[in-house]
Design a protein around this ligand. Structure first.
Ligand SMILES: CC(C)(COP(=O)(O)OP(=O)(O)OC[C@H]1O[C@@H](n2cnc3c(N)ncnc32)[C@H](O)[C@@H]1OP(=O)(O)O)[C@@H](O)C(=O)NCCC(=O)NCCS
Length: 137
């Protein structure tokens, strides 16, 4: 999926343009995170990752949907599924950063329950609180 993904480096420098760096990045995600794929017609069209940040407390979230398959609900479905998985595994929150101009991603995250925390700068932080703690700390 990432070989044909465009624009490369379009979202916070990801996915990496160089094949070698992209492979290292993917190996680190596959080894260090919980990975979920969206597959259509035997082709990987979406990839979401949860990376543990603090032992069973907080994890970071990333999601990519191939440009030919965007706006069909795949990013929302992956994000909802990862939210449910993280809650089931006992995490208390999912955290992410997103470029403030990435309106589509922010819309998807908000639909699934994430809210903006902190200042809205070039990048902003978003969090969804799990375990019924909707108000957070
Ligand atoms: C962000 C991303 C994961 C979303 O995946 P997707 O499969 O296209 O998302 P969905 O189809 O589930 O939902 C898209 C929603 O955004 C809305 N949308 C589309 N363009 C939009 C825009 N410019 N501004 C705001 N909302 C927009 C759609 O209407 C839809 O909302 P709705 O279901 O309420 O109508 C995908 O676009 C992507 O991979 N982008 C590049 C990588 C990236 O930015 N990743 C996130 C940061 S790590």
């Amino acid at each position: 999926m990432y070989q044909g993904f465009e624009p490369k480096e379009g979202s916070q420098g990801l996915p990496p343009r160089s094949e070698e760096t992209r492979e290292e990045w993917l190996v680190s995600l596959l080894k260090g995170g919980m990975n979920l794929l969206a597959i259509m017609e035997r082709r990987v069209v979406g990839h979401a990752v949860l990376l543990e940040m603090e032992d069973r407390q907080r994890c970071e979230y990333l999601v990519f949907v191939h440009q030919d398959y965007q706006n069909r609900g795949i990013g929302t479905a992956l994000t909802q599924a990862m939210r449910d998985l993280a809650a089931g595994m006992g995490y208390s929150q999912i955290w992410l950063t997103v470029e403030a101009i990435n309106f589509k991603a922010i819309h998807v995250y908000e639909k699934v329950g994430f809210c903006l925390v902190g200042p809205r700068e070039i990048e902003c932080e978003m969090v969804v609180y799990l375990q019924g703690d909707d108000e957070g700390p």
